[in-house]
Ligand binder design. Structure first.
Ligand code: MN
Length: 326
């Protein structure tokens, strides 16, 4: 069977027809936003806005400092009135609850809204009325790039940078297993369209503050490999608070931990600011599926990179790290 097209023809035609009705659209990034969800959400925002569509963009969480350089970042609202819209575009949401807006705005999941679902996570259950879900794409922005081309929308240098960002961050600089010839091709075309690689590198990948390094030093110091081959480390709230860092400063450190040849898989446990324990899991081992492991704890993700949250938990270290649920 030939590989499925990234952009499903039927859904594309549906979207083209729907856009002609001039819907009122809100684009949502997922909570704890990353480069893919932000680049994707803003990329669509500009391309639709430039054609005169009525569109706004929101993310429930604060935008991390390293993404503050993004064109249009000031357009991202942390709140919105659901009654102002008839359409939600979900970007990079492996499930529809990932925006975290569902608790305060149930209407966004009701049948009063047209849901457009753009994602590349295997866990995605096609929850939209219109779906562009391709698990073979390295990032949601890779899908969005295909989509914008299919819609014949103009891709400005600004939009190219936004889409390129998602490819860079989700492939870990083209080093993760999800990197395909298509990812390189998309990146090449986006650079040709004016995508700015050095701006992405300087802001996202070569941009660490002293507090981040101090926190990473704690992580590396506490790291150990269990007898069954798990590289595991726990970071308590007091660990980052004592050096003026925050949990988001941990982003990226798991990929260094996961570079150890003696580890079958890696687990980074961290207490968040609101009394939960979050776990990030990675593996470079062909035989290990960390998605299955995360699912056992109610989480999900990809086979090589996943995560879960234990609500109302804290970490305690006796001999090993363990999660105490309260
Ligand atoms: Mn993604």
């Amino acid at each position: 069977m030939p590989p499925k097209q990234t952009i499903d023809h039927e859904n594309l035609e549906k979207l083209k027809r729907y856009l002609k009705t001039k819907p009122k659209m809100i684009i949502l990034a997922h909570s704890s936003p990353d480069g893919d969800t932000l680049g994707g959400a803003l990329g669509i925002y500009f391309s639709l806005k430039n054609t005169g569509q009525e569109v706004q963009v929101a993310c429930i969480d604060k935008i991390p400092k390293k993404y503050q350089f993004l064109p249009g970042v000031e357009k991202i609202q942390t709140d919105f009135d659901e009654n102002d819209f008839d359409t939600v575009i979900f970007v990079d949401c492996g499930n529809k609850k990932m925006t975290k807006f569902h608790e305060t705005k149930p209407k966004i999941h009701s049948n009063k809204m047209v849901k457009i679902n753009i994602d590349h996570h295997p866990s995605n259950d096609f929850f939209g009325e219109i779906n562009f879900v391709s698990t073979l794409s390295c990032s949601s922005t890779e899908i969005i790039f295909e989509l914008l081309k299919a819609l014949e929308l103009n891709i400005t240098p600004q939009i190219a940078t936004l889409l390129l960002l998602g490819i860079y961050t989700d492939t870990g600089n083209f080093m993760h297993q999800n990197t395909t010839p298509k990812s390189y091709l998309a990146a090449s075309q986006l650079i040709k369209l004016g995508g700015n690689v050095s701006q992405i590198a300087r802001n996202v990948f070569r941009n660490y503050e002293l507090k981040t390094f101090k926190l990473w030093a704690k992580v590396l110091q506490n790291l150990h490999v269990t007898s069954d081959g798990a590289a595991i480390v726990g970071i308590e709230k007091k660990d980052y608070q004592s050096i003026g860092a925050s949990r988001s400063d941990l982003e990226g450190v798991i990929d260094y931990i996961n570079s150890m040849p003696e580890a079958k898989y890696s687990v980074l446990l961290s207490e968040d600011e609101t009394g939960n324990v979050k776990a990030s899991l990675r593996t470079r081992n062909e035989d290990v599926d960390v998605k299955a492991l995360a699912e056992k704890f109610g989480g999900g993700g990809h086979i090589k990179a996943s995560g879960f949250t234990i609500k109302g938990g804290r970490l305690e270290k006796e001999v090993k790290w363990k999660i105490i649920q309260e």
